[in-house]
Structure formats: C-alpha cells, structure tokens
Design a protein around this ligand. Structure first.
Ligand SMILES: [Zn+2]
Length: 161
C-alpha cells in the first residue's frame, strides 16, 4: 500500500481493488486532469467532464469546448456525481478507461470547501478577459490612425483648390 501518490494522501478507507493506485498494484503517470463527475457506473467507473475556452483564429473569438473522459473510480475513493476530482493517467484499465481518480478535491455535498479547480477556472477566465481587452484596444488605435490620415488628405485637397 502506498501512503501518497504525487503528493496526494491516500483516502482513509481501505479497499481490495487491484486497479486502485493506493491499495492495488497500479502506477500512475504525471498527466493530470481536473473535472466534474457527470455519470457514475456500478462497475467502479465514472465519466468526468470539464469545459475549456479555445481560440478560433478565423472569428477572433473563443468557443467553449466540452471535454469528457471515462475514468476508473476505486471503491476506497468512491466519488459521487457532482464531485470535483483529480484524475491521473495510467496503463489501459479497460477498453475505454486509461485514467484513474486519485483525489476528490470538492465533494458535491459540502459546498463550502474551497477547491483548487475553482481558482484555476477563475484564472482562465481572467486570462480570456485580458486577451479580449488587449484585442479591443488594438482595434481602437487602428481606427484612430485611419481617421487621422483621411483628414490630412482632405486638408491637402482644400489647399489645392
Ligand atoms: Zn483503494
């Protein structure tokens, strides 16, 4: 049994799951995902979901992409629908599962608990907003310079006549 994985403490419950990263013989890789559980199966499986803005160069705007991932839900962690979880990559566990839940960062029942997922979402939003404002200011300066050249040209024609 491992007491911690990637700095994350083992859950207090014990389990006999072979595919558990803490109590079984499963090694995890350092590729992590954060998401919310949208579906929980009886076969120790869960589907997590998260949203991320993606810049579309053609329209100079962001679209929000939905990402979904099938994960293994060890019986000692047993994350419920609505929980925010941290997921790590592993060897293929089944046809569709290559990831395992290693931590419940924010459970759906206790909403007053602060989570890292929320703060990271906030940062992402702030970044997107900053990018938007930067673009707007660029466009504004461009327009202003255009207006300036036009007035100069008209002034020239007046002098000639
Ligand atoms: Zn376990």
């Amino acid at each position: 049994m491992k007491s911690e994985i990637l700095g994350i403490q083992a859950p207090p419950k014990d389990c006999t799951d072979k595919k558990c990263p803490f109590h079984g013989d499963l090694t995890v890789k350092k590729e992590l995902f954060k998401g919310k559980i949208v579906k929980k199966d009886v076969s120790r499986s869960a589907t997590i979901e998260w949203f991320k803005p993606l810049f579309v160069p053609k329209y100079e705007r962001y679209e929000v992409r939905r990402y979904r991932l099938r994960t293994h839900n060890p019986s000692c962690i047993s994350a419920q629908v609505g929980d925010e979880v941290l997921v790590a990559k592993t060897r293929p566990l089944s046809k569709t599962k290559h990831n395992v839940i290693i931590q419940v960062s924010k459970s759906a029942s206790s909403s007053n608990q602060l989570s890292f997922a929320q703060s990271s979402e906030g940062n992402l939003k702030r970044n997107v907003d900053a990018a938007h404002t930067a673009k707007k200011s660029n466009k504004a300066t461009k327009n202003r310079s255009d207006v300036g050249t036009k007035t100069e040209k008209t002034g020239m024609t007046h002098e000639r006549s």
